[in-house]
Design a protein around this ligand. Sequence first.
Ligand code: Z5A
Length: 220
Amino acid sequence: MTNATRPGQFITLEGTEGAGKSTNLAFIEQWLSQRGVPLLVTREPGGTELSEAIRGLLLDKHYSDMTDLTELLLMFAARHQHLHRKILPALEAGTWVVCDRFTDATYAYQGAGRGMNPEVIAQLETLVQDDFRPDLTLIMDLPVATGQARVNARSAAGGPEVDRFEQERTAFFEAVRGAYLLRAEAEPDRYAVIDASRSLESVQTQTQAVLEKALEVWQG
Ligand code: Z5A
């Protein structure tokens, strides 16, 4: 099933830590549901029972000796299960799927962050997804320091503990951010870059403009 022939739309959200993906996801869910769009919200790594179990391994600080290739393969193992057991069946049934992170995150984190060869990532992408790609990807962009300050404030307020990725240094997240922006620049039709450093209200206004356009295109 190619992007052009599937009845549902596949939208992904990306960004560095603390960019506000979870916050914006709730807004997207509400905005689309109010317009009668059948919707499934999910996340990566995760989204199915098995993929969530793999997520547990990937985020667990206990596995500090995980090799970069193990990490990459686990990301794609979780993705194959998620794609075939949850995402594709929903899209085929005409449901829109909004996913918190997808393969752009692999290019950004495992590719630019960890230094894994992008050609190897591309081979795994083809193996796992064939030619399946998101219809639209929103990149929530903000300076790394701003995102880190938000995450620290959230932790100080009793939020979740930092995970294996959030322990990384600033340079790692700078590389991740740079990779996202390069991908958006290379394929402007698929990506929308949201200025996530702005107020919540401004982020929602930017997001709404992107969704309105997507809905218009989909309705033909
Ligand atoms: N990963 C990978 O390496 N490779 C892959 O292929 C995939 C994933 C798929 C888990 O992802 C990790 O998996 C991730 C990359 C890796 N690690 N990292 N980093 P995740 O998406 O579950 O984890 P996350 O990126 O760490 O999510 P997060 O820290 O929860 O960020 P968020 O969802 O973007 O932020 P938020 O919770 O919506 O907002 C953070 C705080 O900021 C919160 O207190 C909000 O109230 C506040 N906020 C949000 N928006 C605003 C605005 N506009 N102004 C002020 N304050 C705001």
